[in-house]
Design a binder for this molecule. Structure first.
Ligand SMILES: [Fe+2]
Ligand SMILES: [Fe+2]
Length: 184
């Protein structure tokens, strides 16, 4: 049991490593258990949040990498993550995704969370590693969302999103090899 809890107000997510009796409170309210998604809407909201985070991450790092050739890549990634977010919002509005409750419950949130959020303090090497992990998590999330879709068009959409995240991860690996490994 992962024991994850989320504050709906500030979006903080905490992991319980030793269970006690008390209630977890953040921003003045009880935190919500995050062990399983409760609905398709929740999954899509989660994915939207991850896309927003990815967008912010690439935008921030593009600015920091002022004269680096990597800057352009990160700017492109940022744009693509925004497009992903729009796609998800479209899907959410269309609301044609109607999987069984069991299928929804089978998607474990912990599988798609990367332990370290994109914080400003991390160095470039660490940022690249986190970004690769996050892209992998997104890839898995979209592949699994594709299995929830009864509709062929929607399945294609999710698989296409998964492919784009896979491409991001591959590009990051290349950047890591060229920028970090050749430096050391
Ligand atoms: Fe994305
Ligand atoms: Fe991505």
């Amino acid at each position: 049991m992962a024991g994850l809890y989320k504050c709906e107000s500030c979006r903080k997510i905490v992991r319980v490593i030793y269970e006690g009796k008390g209630e977890l409170v953040c921003c003045g309210q009880a935190m919500n258990s995050l062990d399983a998604f409760n609905s398709v809407e929740e999954i899509l909201d989660f994915a939207v949040e991850k896309e927003e985070e990815a967008y912010r991450f690439y935008t921030e790092w593009a600015e920091k990498l002022d004269k680096s050739p990597v800057r352009k890549h990160f700017e492109d990634f940022a744009k693509e993550e925004l497009k992903h977010k729009d796609k998800l919002l479209q899907v959410r509005r269309g609301n044609t995704l109607k999987p069984s409750p069991q299928k929804v419950a089978d998607l474990k949130i912990a599988d798609y969370l990367v332990d370290v959020p994109p914080t400003p303090g991390v160095n470039y090497q660490r940022a690249l590693i986190i970004a690769m992990q996050r892209e992998k998590a997104s890839f898995n999330l979209y592949n699994n969302l594709a299995t929830l879709a009864d509709d062929e068009g929607l399945r294609t959409t999710f698989l296409a999103l998964a492919q784009e995240e896979a491409k991001h991860k591959l590009a990051l690996e290349r950047i890591y090899d060229e920028e970090i490994l050749t430096e050391n």
